[in-house]
Design a protein. Structure first.
Lengths: 429, 129, 566
């Protein structure tokens, strides 16, 4: 059987043109997906059943036992952390928010360690953006800044920019210019028309220099700025101003470097400035296929995109205080529920040392680095493979993922709903 | 020698990310990409072990020459090896300094640990060894 | 079987011509019936003012741009917070509350049906997801067609039937209720950073004018037999002198429908400005109201501005950019491929600001100068003019000259020379307020036959009982009592169940989503049209099969089928 128009649950591109060939309830071939997506669709090695750490041993347990364990853990915790959420569908994220509210916990998603700083910048200055198709059909200039799509979002270039057809471009490949700004000469830099190499930590200064040039203050610019020559800066500024439609896509090269959200703020303000001259937009290269969905769900349900603390009953938001890395590093939480992410691989060691000290339950189809810190892990169906549900593309377009396989695994939503029902029952008693 | 360590995503890291207990994931995320002149200066050949020491610990990785990185900086694919030495401070943003860590690098005879060993060093218990 | 009997209700039910009659209301399984058994639960309304549940025919509560308004505004979220309590979830937000915040606060004011004013088709799934978490009101959404490529091409080719066919396919796909045009043509021009100034400017590349778009889509709307008329946000919103553009747009509209208007003109306050720049800015409410008085084919809503902080959000991207250049606050924009766009900025309307004071006056003037309340409905274009929680104050202002004068004394002193408001003596009565807040809205939306906006047999049992007796309150003097009563129902009944009582919501609910499926002939099924399919595949970034909103996203699925004449 061939499933057409399947939705790839890997990165924020959320490609929905995948063909998946299934035989005997196994994926045997994948067409149209990149290497990352193909590997995910073909993934095997799933955990077969829930497991419980028992001293220095792992025991197999039933779903009922595992779900009961998780519910009890959350109910008896004083300050539970519910973290992850980017690797699951929106319907499960909604249950997660209700659970956090019920136990007065902290709910945070992986954006606190990817584009959290971008959100902080947007909260200061807003966000002039657009859907990916607007760029595909119109943009004659695309700037990748601190992002490396060839490695992290491989089909971004072919579906939306460099190699994409566009309604208003006669010969898109020839008529569309691509600029790459990075500290490394990445693979993406090799396919750019112009590569701007910045000294590490110099993004803010370069953005400020470009803003000054766009405002007509070129004479204030020194000969080089963070390793970039004035000539190149002027050339880039002129390319921007003379474009009919320019689009900036920035990545973790801006959010994780010194300055963090101030870098993004500067980039957005450059785009707002350019909007007085021509059409310009800016957008974040979101990582997980549904990290943006997690921000959306949290926002309509609590008012904030990430880092929400319900300990006072109301939703309270203060990134740096109510975000997962900080809460773990301060040894503040006394239980953790992890869904759809792998903090043990992605958090600094100090956070892991605390995870080792507290009860942890994880919902994940595969054994991963966080498994080692779990008291219980519950395998679930993979959204987009054996579970359906809503995901939000990096530009905010929501797409319903398809189920290409049927398995006996419960979805995240089903497992969490059962957990929540137990918790509601216990609270009513 | 002192270097600026930058972490980030790579295709190989992404391909193996759903299988983090595999040897391939360990090999990718324990690779320290360096400029060849820096490797020469430290007397390193491709695949040699290096001890990378940061503000909050040390970890053994393997050096690999790369034309993408500038002298004085090293690039490590995002994962448990780099995070073993990344500090947890976030300057009140929620975000650690994943792309701006000062590290010391020196040759060593030790082998990189497995992901399981790293996790167990911090108090975890490996599942599918 | 659940039965409820509301006794001694003093009912105003304009769609049935009932004006302040004391009667009982019998409810069986969520519907109004003639009578119930003795076993029914009884509520004694003790002569209190009882109206059909409130209907908001133009509000922004759910979807991409609304959520982005929350996302970018933690300061607004902090400005209105309640904890989880009983069956109620925590809420945040003042001008753009969370979905639960919207739902609970509307419910406490007696509102039971809401129309989301602008949904981009490509992002419709998002609106429907948020509807699910708006539990205490039935919902429906206007679908944006202002910059739709396929439609503009069909208009250029003079093919109105194809226009109708594309609309039919899209409404069905995105589970939409009605057609919305926001700055027609302007949102497409804005994707090049440009705009159209009024109805005669051609749209770049497509070479059709806003006037052609409006006329053709109005015709298509009637070909499809849709319950609601075209819902228009005119070109040139918010600029001095724009009233002539507004009159030009309204003048395009023939009278094509016996049951309702042919055009719904949204938030006309923002389109009723005189002057040539901000220096001689003034009210042009009088010519607009006179024009509408003579044309039964037009219904408008006020788009009243109230002083204080709020968030503006609209599909009109270029207008928001102009506003950003005036205010220098944060600015968000979101263009949507092949369809439309949107923009958001926070604003503060200030009494000490002359322009803001004039805007405040214009909204009230429109309501007071338009003869028939059925033609000027009460809205703030929530949250653009003000958050909906200000509706009771607006009711107070419309019912009391004394209150208006007291407020007028606090605004910019030069306002008097620029607006007719101080000379207007009219005070609206209870019946007129009931028209402007439910009956008229239901009629304009074309949902009275679906049991909305009245309390006749078989209507949905949505009832609002306000803690006020009309014989004890003189609204022109006791306006504070009017405001208090409309802020907090004694009972709000939704589908036969008491959902709010004296300011407290009592239960979690489950709303119904209304949407329209026009039945068209095989030849006009765009799902089978090779040209439509080819363009879709080439220029959208979502596959055509993944575009339609699945029925999983509809809580209680209220599909309205229409017989299209194509």
């Amino acid at each position: 059987m061939i499933v057409k128009d399947a939705v790839c649950p890997f990165c924020g591109c959320l490609c929905d043109d995948i063909e998946v060939e299934v035989e005997d309830d196994r994926v045997v071939a994948v067409t149209n997906a990149c290497e990352l997506g193909t590997t995910k669709f073909m993934g095997e090695k799933r955990l077969k059943n829930p497991i419980l750490r028992y001293g220095d041993e792992w025991k197999d347990i039933t779903y009922d036992t595992a779900i009961r364990y998780a519910a009890d853990m959350l109910l008896s915790a004083e300050r539970p952390l519910l973290y992850g959420w980017s690797g699951t569908h929106g319907e499960a994220q909604c249950v997660g928010v209700h659970m956090a509210e019920l136990v007065r916990g902290v709910i945070d998603n992986t954006s606190s360690v990817c584009h959290g700083p971008s959100i902080l910048a947007i909260q200061e200055v807003g966000h002039p953006g657009c859907t990916l198709g607007v760029v595909k059909n119109r943009a004659d200039l695309v700037i990748y800044w601190g992002s490396n799509p060839i490695d992290a979002h491989p089909r971004h270039l072919s579906r939306y920019t460099r190699y994409a057809e566009g309604f208003f471009l006669e010969n898109a490949f020839r008529d569309r210019k691509v600029i790459v700004v990075d500290v490394r000469k990445t693979e993406t830099a090799n396919i750019a028309d112009e590569f701007v190499r910045i000294k590490p930590g110099g993004d803010y200064a370069v953005l400020s220099a470009l803003r000054a040039i766009v405002q007509g203050k070129t004479d204030t610019i020194p000969r080089t700025v963070a390793g970039v020559t004035r000539e190149q800066l002027v050339r880039v500024a002129n390319l921007c101003k003379s474009a009919k439609f320019g689009a900036v896509y920035f990545g973790l090269g801006l959010t994780m470097t010194p300055g963090k959200y101030k870098n993004i703020r500067n980039a957005i303000e450059l785009v707002s400035e350019l909007s007085r001259h021509t059409k310009f937009t800016i957008s974040a290269m979101r990582g997980h296929y549904n990290v943006y969905g997690s921000n959306e769900v949290n926002t309509w349900m609590t008012g904030y995109p990430f880092g929400i603390d319900f300990s006072r009953g109301i939703a309270f938001y203060n990134p740096g205080e109510t975000t997962a890395v900080d809460i773990l590093a301060r040894k503040e939480c006394d239980a953790a529920l992890i869904v759809g992410s792998d903090p043990a691989a992605h958090f600094p060691r100090k956070c892991l040392e605390h995870l080792a000290d507290i009860p942890v339950v994880q919902l994940d189809p595969y054994p991963n680095a966080t498994t080692a810190f779990c008291n219980v892990q519950i395998p679930v169906a993979v959204t987009g493979i054996d579970a359906e549900g809503t995901a939000y593309r990096m530009d905010g377009v929501p797409i319903r993922t398809r189920r290409v396989l049927s398995t006996d695994y419960l979805s995240d939503r089903e497992v969490l709903s059962r957990m929540y029902a137990l918790m509601q029952e216990a609270q009513e008693r | 020698m002192t270097f600026l360590m930058i972490t980030g995503r790579t295709v190989n890291q992404g391909v193996t990310v759903e299988n983090k207990t595999s040897a391939e994931y360990a090999a990718e995320t324990s690779t320290c990409f360096m400029h060849e002149f820096d490797m020469l200066e430290l007397g390193l050949a491709d695949g040699d072990s290096v001890r990378v020491t940061g503000a909050c610990g040390e970890v053994v990785m393997r050096a690999s020459a790369s034309v993408e990185v500038e002298a004085g900086t090293v690039f490590v694919p995002y994962g448990p090896y780099a995070n073993h030495i990344v500090a947890a401070g976030t300057h009140s943003t929620g975000m650690p300094d994943f792309k701006s860590h000062e590290v010391e690098i020196e040759p060593t005879d030790e082998e990189p640990k497995t992901v399981h060993e790293l996790m167990e060093d911090l108090g975890g218990l490996a599942y599918d060894r | 079987m659940t039965e409820l009997l509301v006794k001694n209700a003093c009912v105003i039910d304009p769609l049935r011509g009932i004006n302040a009659e004391t009667m009982d209301i019998a409810i069986l399984d969520g519907k109004i019936v003639e009578e119930v058994s003795d076993a029914a639960e009884v509520i004694d309304a003790r002569g209190m003012l009882t109206l059909p549940g409130g209907v908001d025919s133009h509000t922004h509560i759910c979807g991409t741009k609304v959520n982005f308004g929350r996302y970018m505004s933690p300061e607004d979220m902090r400005a209105g917070r309640t904890p989880r309590r009983g069956p109620l979830h925590a809420t945040s937000g003042y001008s753009v509350p969370t979905t639960y915040g919207n739902s609970y606060r509307y419910s406490v004011m007696g509102y039971t049906t809401l129309l989301e004013g602008a949904m981009a088709p490509l992002e419709a799934r998002h609106t429907h997801e948020e509807f699910i978490y708006t539990p205490l009101q039935d919902t429906m959404a206007n679908v944006l067609f202002d910059g739709n490529w396929g439609i503009m091409e069909a208009i250029r080719d003079g093919d109105t039937k194809r226009v109708a066919a594309i609309i039919a396919w899209t409404l069905r796909a995105v589970k939409g209720f009605a057609i919305k045009l926001t700055n027609p043509g302007g949102t497409e021009a804005w994707q090049w950073g440009k705009n159209v100034s009024c109805i005669r400017d051609p749209v770049p590349y497509f070479e059709v004018t806003p006037a052609e778009i409006i006329r053709s889509i109005v015709e298509a709307n009637e070909l499809l037999g849709l319950p609601h008329s075209v819902h228009l946000h005119c070109n040139n919103l918010g600029t001095p002198g724009n009233y002539s553009c507004t009159l030009g747009s309204l003048g395009l509209i023939p009278d094509l429908n016996e049951k309702r208007q042919t055009l719904y003109a949204a938030h006309v306050q923002f389109h009723a400005y005189g002057g040539s720049d901000w220096k001689d800015f003034c009210s042009k409410s009088e010519p607009i109201a006179r024009f509408v008085d003579m044309r039964p084919q037009i219904v408008m809503d006020m788009g009243q501005v109230m002083f204080g902080r709020t968030t503006t959000m609209t599909a009109d991207g270029p207008m928001e950019f102009n506003l950003y250049r005036l205010h220098h606050e944060k600015w968000s924009n979101h263009d949507v491929e092949l369809e439309t766009g949107s923009g958001i900025i926070p604003v503060i309307y200030r009494r000490k600001n002359l322009v803001n004071s004039i805007m405040w006056a214009i909204g009230l003037e429109l309501a007071l100068l338009t003869k028939s309340p059925w033609q000027c409905l009460l809205t703030t274009d929530n949250p653009n003019g003000a958050p909906f929680v200000k509706y009771p104050e607006i009711i107070g202002l419309l019912m009391s000259k004394k209150y208006r004068d007291a407020e007028f004394a606090t605004i910019h002193p030069d306002t008097e020379a620029r607006v007719p408001l101080p000379a207007i003596e009219r005070e609206l009565d209870w019946y007129e307020i009931a028209v402007m807040t439910r009956a008229g809205q239901a009629k304009a939306l074309g949902i009275q036959d679906l049991g909305k906006g009245h309390l006749g047999p078989d209507a949905d049992a949505d009832v609002a009982i306000y803690p006020l007796r009309m014989d004890e309150v003189d609204p022109s003097v006791d306006y504070q009592k009017v405001i208090d009563a409309f802020s907090r129902t004694e009972y709000t009944i939704k589908r036969g169940r008491v959902v709010a009582r004296r300011g407290e919501c009592l239960v979690d609910g489950s709303n119904a989503t209304f949407w329209v499926r026009p039945k068209v002939s095989e030849n006009y099924d765009m799902g089978k049209d090779p040209d439509f399919i080819e363009k879709f595949d080439r220029y959208y970034t979502v596959r055509m099969r993944n575009y339609p909103v699945q029925e999983e996203y509809l809580n209680r699925n209220r599909c309205i089928e229409t017989e299209a004449r194509i």
